[in-house]
Structures are given as structure tokens and as C-alpha cells.
Design a protein around this ligand. Structure first.
Ligand code: ADP
Ligand code: MG
Length: 286
């Protein structure tokens, strides 16, 4: 491979909306066998909507949403933004706030400890709330549990939307000889619903942020070289661990810095373009 030809390849990438960190990235792109894609914000829009609220005994649905919105006010997670947007009133003052990556948030609101978290992080869910979680997940949605003090008081169900080009892009990955794998911190059923709708058969769900690197390593052991596509701050370490990290330009700076390729629009078809370009560039220089 002559350096000049490789640089032509990287230059053409820029006109397609694809930034390639350097000529060695093209070499790496050629040898990947698996493409792991983050679910939220990569395959889906990540613009979640609150689609249901279930209140436990003694509180109203508005209470549940009000406490949740107050606790989530300082979080940048797409789930948090949807909950804040769904609550009509100004959020209550928050005395303290802690983000727990891969789990949720903990805050003190009006002197009361409030938690919004993944259901499996909450012990002793009463039957009615357990059923609300189950029904939400069965619909392919994401359920979070709102607790006040030690008591779970409600469940908020959120829905995401698959991007219009995701299904086509997954089919193109397969044509390029890449096995797609959906990688997510979300629950198995929500992950499976999204995977089915875009034509992915392999799913790794309930992966904690610090487990994404281990997931990439496991794929490398079983399949060979792995590309990873992601956008979140949670994805940065996995993008760096992959043989080829690809970041969505809409994503966080941490993700972009860890990636070998950055695509300018949050569209998986641009990832297809980047992979095709890297192959055609290498072909012309043989
Ligand atoms: P993803 O792969 O969707 O980016 P994350 O690792 O960010 O997953 O989150 C995993 C799970 O943790 C979410 O599906 C949700 O159940 C819970 N979670 C994370 N952040 C929050 C938050 N701010 N509020 C409520 N739940 C959260
Ligand atoms: Mg994400």
C-alpha cells in the first residue's frame, strides 16, 4: 500500500461525511469480521418518549413523574431527558445529585432520597410494579423504577424509535461479510425487539458500561477482528478496545476521540460508506 493512495482514500472520506483518523485505519477496516453496534442513539434515534407511568400505592402518576423529573434534571442520559420533557412543571430544587452509570440516578429532592434506576437494581418490587415492568419490556420498551427513600413508588415506561436507515445498513454490513451484533445496557427484550426490526440475530444485552470492553474482547476471541459503532460517553472505552472504533458525529467528544472513524451524520449508512471506501481504496492500490 503506497501512502499516497491511502491518503487519497482518507481525503475522499471527508467529502462523503466520513473522517478517517489516518491511513492505518483503512488497513484495519479491511480485516474486521464483526460489527458491534450500540443500540440507543446508534441503531435508534435515542429520542425517547415517556409512553406510560404506573403509580404504586398512595401516590399519583403525576407524583411519580414529578419526583423522577426532579432527580433526572441534571442527567444527560436520553432516558433522563425524556422524563424531564414529559413533566410539565418546573423541576423541584435538588439538594444533591449522583449519576450511577449503567444504573440510573440518585438525588435528594426536598430532603427526600429519590432514585430512578434499572428495575434489576431495585430489591423488593411490589407485584403491581413488577407487572408494569414486565408489560413494558414485553412491548420492547425500557422501564425505569422510581423510588422515594427505600420504597419503590412507580414505574416509567419509555419507547425509542429505530432510525429509518438502520435496517438497510445492517443488510449492507452482511453483504460486506460482517456479522452484526447489538450491544446494549438495556434489557434483553427491548434489545431483541430492536434487533428483530433491523435484522440482527446476535444480541448482547444488560451490558454495564464497564462490561462493554469485556464484550468486545469476547467477540474478538470468538470471531476475530471487531469493529464497534457507538456514540455515548459509555462507549469510549469499547471503541478504543475494538480493532476499529467508529463514532457517530452527533455523539460525545470522548467517543470521537477514541474512534478511528467518525461519521458526520448519525446514520449507519455512512458507516457502510466508510467501510466500502476503505475497501475500494485498498483495492486500487494493490
Ligand atoms: P445504553 O446501552 O442504552 O446506552 P446505559 O448503560 O446508558 O445503556 O444504561 C443501561 C440501563 O441503565 C438503562 O436501560 C436504564 O435502565 C438504566 N439507566 C441508565 N441511566 C439512567 C438514568 N439516567 N435514569 C434512569 N435509568 C437509567
Ligand atoms: Mg448509548
Amino acid at each position: 500500500a503506497t501512502p499516497t493512495a491511502l491518503l487519497v482514500g482518507t481525503g475522499r472520506g471527508a467529502s462523503l461525511g466520513v473522517i478517517i483518523a489516518g491511513p492505518d485505519v483503512l488497513e484495519r477496516a479491511k480485516s474486521v469480521r464483526v460489527i458491534a453496534v450500540d443500540k440507543t442513539g446508534t441503531v435508534t434515534t435515542g429520542e425517547l418518549q415517556v409512553v406510560g407511568v404506573t403509580a404504586g400505592g398512595g401516590v399519583t402518576e403525576a407524583d411519580v413523574l414529578g419526583w423522577a423529573a426532579a432527580a433526572e434534571a441534571s442527567s444527560e442520559h436520553p432516558l433522563a431527558q425524556a422524563i424531564v420533557a414529559a413533566h410539565p412543571d418546573a423541576p423541584r430544587p435538588v439538594d444533591s445529585f449522583e449519576n450511577v452509570p449503567g444504573e440510573g440516578v440518585r438525588a435528594v429532592v426536598d430532603g427526600v432520597a429519590v432514585r430512578v434506576s434499572r428495575p434489576d437494581a431495585v430489591a423488593d418490587l411490589p407485584t403491581d410494579l413488577l407487572q408494569a415492568v414486565d408489560a413494558s419490556q414485553a412491548r420492547g420498551q425500557t422501564a425505569v423504577v422510581v423510588s422515594r427513600g427505600a420504597a419503590p413508588i412507580g414505574v416509567v415506561s419509555l419507547a425509542d424509535t429505530v432510525k429509518p436507515t438502520s435496517r438497510d445498513a445492517i443488510a449492507r454490513f452482511a453483504e460486506l461479510g460482517l456479522t452484526p451484533v447489538l450491544l446494549t445496557g438495556d434489557n434483553e427484550r427491548a434489545a431483541r425487539a430492536v434487533a428483530d426490526s433491523v435484522g440482527i440475530s446476535q444480541v448482547m444485552a444488560n451490558v454495564r458500561p464497564d462490561g462493554k470492553v469485556a464484550a468486545i474482547r469476547a467477540l474478538q476471541e470468538t470471531h476475530g477482528r471487531v469493529a464497534m459503532v457507538g456514540d455515548g460517553v459509555n462507549d469510549a472505552a469499547a471503541l478504543a478496545a475494538a480493532d476499529l472504533g467508529i463514532a457517530m458525529g452527533s455523539g460525545t467528544d470522548a467517543a470521537k476521540e477514541a474512534a478511528g472513524i467518525v461519521v458526520m451524520r448519525p446514520d449507519l449508512m455512512l458507516v457502510v460508506d466508510a467501510l466500502r471506501l476503505s475497501r475500494s481504496t485498498l483495492r486500487t492500490i494493490r
